[in-house]
Design a protein around this ligand. Structure first.
Ligand code: NAD
Length: 274
């Protein structure tokens, strides 16, 4: 593959917490294709971690604080970006949050305040960021966000985050319609389960990984590189005609309507006459 798919392009990356973050894998892949990047971070511990990553891997990249639940932070972030660059070409939104107990208690127990917070940080933030980003995309651009299959079907323990991802995907479609006439594309990457800091909060993450590996058409879990490759595609002109889409990068898991019966189960069934 050519090494300069994103030469001359400038991108913003929201959601790097550490070297295992999906956002970091996407950022590294975009940088390898020639993109210049600026990053957001929240809070002092993450500032140190992101700074360390940039110092070792991307010394020319900038980083600015931004808690996406605060409009003032989003405004200040974009002012800082604008002071550095006149325009940007793409945005990677890879941010989500809910309280840990919401990812193990029954969904029906979700308190109103937790529901509102999860949707604010995990879905509304895309709208607020897209609004500001669009002002710097005078020649068009590409905005992408990370979602998960729990938006479409019930996944044990994913709970309010599934509802937030459904809102995120719908928001991406409405943003695609609003911003399309300005040449700005908005898409979602629906990644299969990956071990990250955020994912460690989901009760039964091990089962999600095991079931995907056993049942997905490709018989494996996704690698960060799989997701990062799709981010490069969405940031580049290769995807110029694609907007409002949810691209599943999940080894094909979402196409299954029923799992294949495991051979050992079939043998048991024959013995018992089931
Ligand atoms: P991660 O913990 O590395 O990233 C989550 C990021 O969200 C962190 O950088 C965190 O700082 C940021 N964040 C949380 N609250 C914030 C706030 N108020 N303001 C700004 N940033 C905030 O985990 P990840 O798995 O890389 O998650 C990235 C995205 O990918 C999330 O949207 C997640 O739902 C999605 N996703 C993850 C998986 C998976 O299995 N890991 C699968 C599909 C989709």
């Amino acid at each position: 593959m050519s090494q300069n798919l994103l030469q001359g392009k400038r991108g913003l990356v929201f959601g790097v917490a550490n070297e295992k973050s999906i956002a970091w894998a996407c950022a590294q892949a975009c940088a390898a294709q020639g993109a210049e990047l600026a990053f957001s971070y929240v809070g002092e511990p993450l500032e140190k971690r992101v700074r360390k990553l940039l110092e070792s891997d991307m010394p020319d990249a900038s980083m600015f604080p931004c808690d996406v639940s605060k409009d003032a932070d989003i405004t200040a972030f974009f002012e800082a970006v604008h002071a550095k660059w006149d325009s940007i070409d793409f945005v990677i939104h890879s941010v989500a949050f809910t309280h840990r107990e919401d990812l193990s208690n029954p969904f029906v127990a979700t308190p109103r305040s937790h529901f509102a917070l999860a949707l604010d940080i995990s879905a509304y933030s895309l709208v607020a960021i897209a609004r500001e980003a669009a002002k710097l995309m005078s020649s068009g651009g590409s905005i992408m966000t990370m979602t998960y299959y729990g938006s479409e079907k019930v996944i044990p323990n994913y709970n309010v985050m599934g509802v937030a991802k459904a809102a995120l995907e719908a928001s991406a479609r409405y943003l695609a319609a609003d911003l399309g006439p300005s040449g700005i594309r908005v898409n979602c990457i629906s990644a299969g389960p990956v071990r990250t800091l955020a994912a460690s909060a989901i009760a039964g993450m091990r089962d999600m990984l095991d079931v995907t590996e056993q049942c997905a058409p490709l018989r494996r879990n996704v690698h960060l590189d799989d997701v990062a490759g799709t981010a490069v595609y969405l940031a580049s002109s290769l995807s110029a005609g694609v907007t409002g889409e949810v691209l599943h990068v999940d080894c094909g898991y979402n196409v299954l309507g029923m799992y294949a019966v495991m051979p050992e189960r079939r043998t048991q069934g024959a013995e018992t006459g089931e």
